[in-house]
Design a protein around this ligand. Structure first.
Ligand code: ZN
Ligand code: ZN
Ligand code: ZN
Ligand code: ZN
Length: 118
């Protein structure tokens, strides 16, 4: 018995790895991963939608790019670059690259960060 994953509410990272997720068996999806906060463990099938720790309330998701459980507030998946990024990274629309440093100019093309006020 094999049912495709409901794509509604999947994290961006999971959406981009949907073919891989659909190829997983039920056992793989049931596999538990320890959360980085160490409060508890969560099953992969929950972590692909984002999982809130019932102890500390922190939000986590499984990063297929990095193959580990990551903190939602510190990690995001860039759909354009197709890879997970640190929260300190932003995507530059001018040159279409991810660049590090919310307060820094784009390291690729020198465009000013949109996160800094004048
Ligand atoms: Zn926790
Ligand atoms: Zn990712
Ligand atoms: Zn990017
Ligand atoms: Zn740029």
């Amino acid at each position: 018995m094999k049912k495709d994953i409901d794509t509604d509410g999947l994290t961006d990272c999971a959406q981009q790895h949907i073919e891989r997720i659909n190829s997983f068996t039920g056992n793989v999806l049931k596999r538990k991963y320890k959360l980085p906060c160490s409060c508890e463990s969560a099953a992969l099938k929950d972590l692909i939608y984002g999982y809130e720790c019932s102890e500390c309330g922190e939000l986590y998701f499984y990063s297929f790019c990095w193959q580990e459980v990551v903190q939602d507030s510190e990690t995001w998946h860039c759909n354009i670059c197709g890879t997970c990024q640190d929260s300190g990274v932003w995507h530059c629309k001018s040159c279409n690259n991810c660049t590090y440093g919310l307060t820094l100019k784009c390291e690729h093309c020198g465009k000013k960060t949109p996160f800094m006020p004048e």
